[in-house]
Design a protein around this ligand. Structure first.
Ligand code: DAT
Ligand code: MG
Length: 152
């Protein structure tokens, strides 16, 4: 049986500083996704450089690294049907100025350099990022008693 889809969501240092962690978690819970991993940590530059390896040549990369290591982040793995794409939609456009109201970035941020959350952008990206941030033993397989109210 194919494993249910999973994605990596992180509340970035600005989101933690602004005490938005609870509200952000609530959005994914109330949508119907299942939380299977959660931790708070101070990210190392080494982990960040692997996480953002595709952005290494971008002019904003040094300031991105500085911001992302400026304080703790809360990183999570969410599971469910079409969770990668659905969470991208819920998070909104990379640039908050273009993010729709109702999305996390559209409701809580104004500038691309402080856009509150990270969400994996593809199934392959999600698998790579989950392996980078979590050890397999720290992800829980648990049965949600509301399953049949969420899925056929
Ligand atoms: P996303 O986070 O929506 O997947 P991305 O992967 O292109 O976007 O970029 C990763 C992060 O880098 C993004 O959330 C914020 C930062 N970033 C992207 N473009 C930027 C820019 N033009 N100026 C400053 N920071 C930027
Ligand atoms: Mg990205």
């Amino acid at each position: 049986m194919a494993q249910v889809e999973r994605t990596l969501i992180a509340v970035k240092p600005d989101g933690v500083q602004r005490r938005l962690v609870g509200q952000i978690i609530q959005r994914f819970e109330q949508r119907g996704f299942k939380l299977v991993g959660l931790k708070m940590l101070q990210v190392s530059e080494d982990l960040l450089s692997q996480h953002y390896c595709e952005l290494r040549k971008k002019p904003f990369y040094p300031s991105l690294l500085h911001y992302m290591t400026s304080g703790p982040v809360v990183v999570m793995v969410w599971e469910g049907h079409n969770v990668v794409q659905s969470c991208r939609v819920m998070v909104g456009h990379t640039n908050p100025a273009q993010a729709q109201a109702g999305t996390v970035r559209g409701d809580f941020s104004v500038h691309v350099s402080r856009n509150v959350v990270h969400a994996s952008d593809s199934l392959e990206g999600a698998q790579r990022e989950i392996q980078l941030w979590f050890q397999g033993k720290d992800l829980l397989n648990w049965d949600c008693c509301h399953h049949t109210s969420t899925y056929e």
